[in-house]
Design a protein around this ligand. Structure first.
Ligand SMILES: Nc1nc2c(ncn2[C@@H]2O[C@H](COP(=O)(O)OP(=O)(O)OP(=O)(O)O)[C@@H](O)[C@H]2O)c(=O)[nH]1
Ligand SMILES: [Mg+2]
Length: 304
């Protein structure tokens, strides 16, 4: 049997369903998702293990016309990633007409194909569960006309439709080679990054307008408590800073009498305890970092 291994990268505009699809293929949550655009801010690797292949999925931030320095940095990150993978999955949601945002990305992919020949691009029509069949048929035609694709695959990360088929197609484009990661490893994200992401996911829920873009989360420390919990499970102190750009946003994140922040904390804590396999005391602090999205110094400090 030939064993294949390599990298696939998902691109697409914000909210296209890239991270949800990454999680569906991996079979576990490795990337946070939300209904807000620009949820993913760094490159996340999820690993699919099969008897005949190892597929490393690289989930990227949505590609879009940048309006801030953060936006530019995210786009550059995606472009660098595109040149390093064996196959690209271009995600286009089924429930929205193909638009300028998709064309912008199709143009970038065409440019890439000129610079670096041979990287196949699979067009993936996501969120198949949201549209009736005739609409899906129309979307498949529209997507086919958007560029030169190695394949066009409709898929639903929600109900699992065609997730296995998509994996087969992506694996088919990988070179022969040995496994790249140890068996059972599902992501190479450091724990501190996963913890920060779980807090950001919880904090994104229910906030509106510009706030999601203004929120950045940094883990200060994760330290074991000397005393374990009463039932003997280990206890961790996890200290996390949430940065927003303005005082008014700070008030929103904290909520009346701290109610919102408490909800965010208890939701994030559940995910963090599952991840770290320990009881967690989660300490959240909200701070203002004025206009950090446009400030190179602050972007650096926040890890961008
Ligand atoms: N019904 C349905 N909804 C989906 C599906 N995939 C994703 N979604 C929803 O679409 C929204 C965006 O999903 P994400 O996976 O965060 O999208 P993304 O492309 O990673 O977004 P960015 O990281 O912001 O670029 C979320 O509310 C998901 O629940 C799907 O297959 N079916
Ligand atoms: Mg994402």
């Amino acid at each position: 049997m030939t064993f294949r291994s390599g990298f696939a990268c998902f691109v697409g505009r914000p909210n296209a369903g890239k991270s949800t699809l990454t999680n569906a293929l991996v079979g576990q949550k490795v990337a946070i998702t939300s209904g807000r655009p620009q949820t993913t801010r760094h490159v996340i690797r999820g690993i699919v293990h099969r008897a005949d292949a190892q597929l490393v999925l690289v989930d990227t931030p949505g590609l879009h016309r940048p309006r801030t320095l953060l936006g530019e940095r995210l786009n550059d990150l995606v472009k660098d990633t595109l040149t390093e993978v064996d196959v690209v999955g271009f995600c286009i949601p089924a429930d929205q007409r193909v638009g300028p945002g998709d064309r912008f990305i199709a143009d970038q992919l065409a440019e890439l194909a000129r610079d670096r020949q041979g990287t196949p691009v699979v067009a993936i029509v996501t969120k198949a569960d949201l549209v009736p069949r005739p609409r899906m048929a129309e979307q498949l035609v529209a997507v086919s006309q958007l560029g030169e694709w190695a394949d066009v695959v409709p898929v639903s990360a929600q109900d699992g439709f065609q997730v296995g088929e998509l994996t087969d197609v992506l694996v088919g484009h990988l070179p022969e080679g040995p496994a790249l990661y140890p068996e059972g490893e599902l992501t190479d994200e450091p724990e501190s990054v996963m913890v920060a992401e779980l807090v950001r996911e919880a904090a994104l829920e229910g906030v509106r307008d510009e706030l999601p873009h203004s929120l950045a989360v940094v883990v200060e420390e994760i330290v074991p408590r000397e005393e374990p919990a009463r039932d003997g499970t280990p206890m961790l102190d996890v200290r996390v800073n949430l940065f927003v750009e303005r005082d008014s946003q700070k008030a929103i994140v904290i909520g009346k009498g701290g109610a919102r922040l408490r909800d965010v904390g208890s939701q994030a804590r559940r995910g963090i305890e599952g991840l770290l396999g320990a009881r967690v005391y989660l300490d959240l602090h909200v701070k203002v970092a004025k206009d950090w999205q446009r400030d190179p110094k602050q972007l650096g400090r926040l890890g961008f």
